[in-house]
Design a protein around this ligand. Structure first.
Ligand code: FAQ
Length: 328
């Protein structure tokens, strides 16, 4: 995870971490569901947790453009190509809002990008799996955006104002993404038997990685308890995972596809689906950078950054020209 040291508050003031009065005021505001804003005093560990989570989230949005970008030139119709292009642009926008939100905490865009490119920063495990056929684009929208929304709707009420506000628009856009993925798969399952088989194959490969997006089980999640206390997280990893399973299984039924889990069963007593054991060894291996296409993603990401250098240079030159004209 991103661990760059932060030595000053956003306002450039030294941080008085130990001041019990400030801490009590901060905790009372969080408990009253007030938003904490960039210039407000906050405990250093709160700031660090937010920088970690928001920057990881931003990186995920940006790296998440890559598996879908692979399919732009192979979209089967103009309509699907236009939809996919719009979706990928939205993901880029999400990354930018989130980097801006993290910057309000006193970290810089360069530090965050360096941490991603040097492999120090984490991004969601899900983007280290390959997109092998067109139905994978539907599965990403339906399952990956679906899991992302489940996790992100509560983040609209996260305690840090800039993060919560960024999430409002992101959630609206993610919900369009989820529907376009479902619509794509609906078309495929009603197409030829081969197309339906492609949709089933995509569900088989994306189901378990989608469940892993919610993070480790609560008992092995080092950050959840404190993040809940600070109202950064509003629900636990397992609670959100269960909600996702409960919402998604009926959608799979409607598609006529079967979820690849022999232990999946409605539990009348709990009012939830029971589901099988997640392969946590696989999850931790992917977190450590051993995902099936992890290396390819990072080298593509670095190449995209290098190829875009001329755009950043041109934007800087344009801004300098404007500033010089304004000064004259
Ligand atoms: N992948 O103690 P916890 C998207 C790490 S956006 C990689 O439970 P926490 C849009 C975790 O960082 C998807 N690492 O941690 C899109 C921690 O590491 P550390 C991204 C993971 O933070 C769709 C350690 O394991 N969404 O998909 C993962 O309380 C389609 C222990 O875990 C967000 O980032 C993982 N899956 O809870 C784009 C949402 N899970 O620091 C394109 C915001 C856990 O100890 C196409 N983030 N880790 O070294 C969150 O809600 C939280 O950060 C969690 C993890 C729930 C992800």
């Amino acid at each position: 995870m991103y661990t760059t040291e932060l030595d000053k508050s956003p306002a450039g003031q030294p941080v008085t971490i130990e001041d019990p009065e400030l801490l009590a005021k901060f905790e009372a505001r969080v408990a009253a569901d007030d938003f904490i804003e960039p210039k407000d005093w906050m405990p250093e560990a709160y700031r660090r947790t937010l920088v970690r989570q928001i920057s990881q989230h931003a990186h995920s949005e940006i790296v998440g453009m890559l598996p879908e970008g692979n399919w732009l030139t192979r979209a089967p119709s103009l309509k699907r190509k236009a939809i996919l292009l719009a979706k990928i642009q939205d993901e880029g926008g999400h990354g930018l809002y989130l980097y801006c939100a993290a910057e309000t905490l006193g970290t810089s865009r360069e530090e965050m990008i360096d941490a991603l490119h040097s492999g120090k920063a984490k991004y969601s495990t899900i983007f280290n799996y390959p997109t092998l056929n067109w139905a994978d684009i539907g599965a990403i929208g339906w399952l990956v955006d679906g899991a992302a929304i489940m996790n992100q709707v509560p983040l609209q009420r996260t305690s840090y104002g800039p993060y919560a506000r960024a999430m409002v628009r992101i959630c609206k856009e993610e919900s369009f993404h989820q529907r376009q993925g479902y619509d794509l798969l609906l078309e495929m399952v009603n197409g030829t038997p081969e197309q339906k088989a492609m949709a089933q194959d995509a569900l088989n490969r994306w189901w378990w990685p989608a469940l892993m997006m919610f993070g480790p089980p609560d008992e092995n999640s080092p950050n959840t308890a404190q993040s809940l206390r600070w109202r950064i997280k509003r629900e636990t990893n397992d609670e959100l995972r269960q909600k996702f399973v409960d919402a998604t299984v009926p959608q799979a039924d409607l598609l006529g596809l079967s979820v690849p889990d022999p232990d999946l069963k409605w539990n009348e007593e709990r009012g939830h689906y029971d589901f099988g054991e997640i392969d946590w060894a696989e999850f931790y291996a992917v977190v450590k950078g051993q995902g099936p296409v992890a290396q390819e993603r990072m080298s593509e990401r670095r190449a995209a950054w290098d190829d875009g250098a001329w755009v950043r240079d041109a934007a800087d030159a344009h801004a300098a020209k404007h500033a010089a004209r304004a000064a004259a």
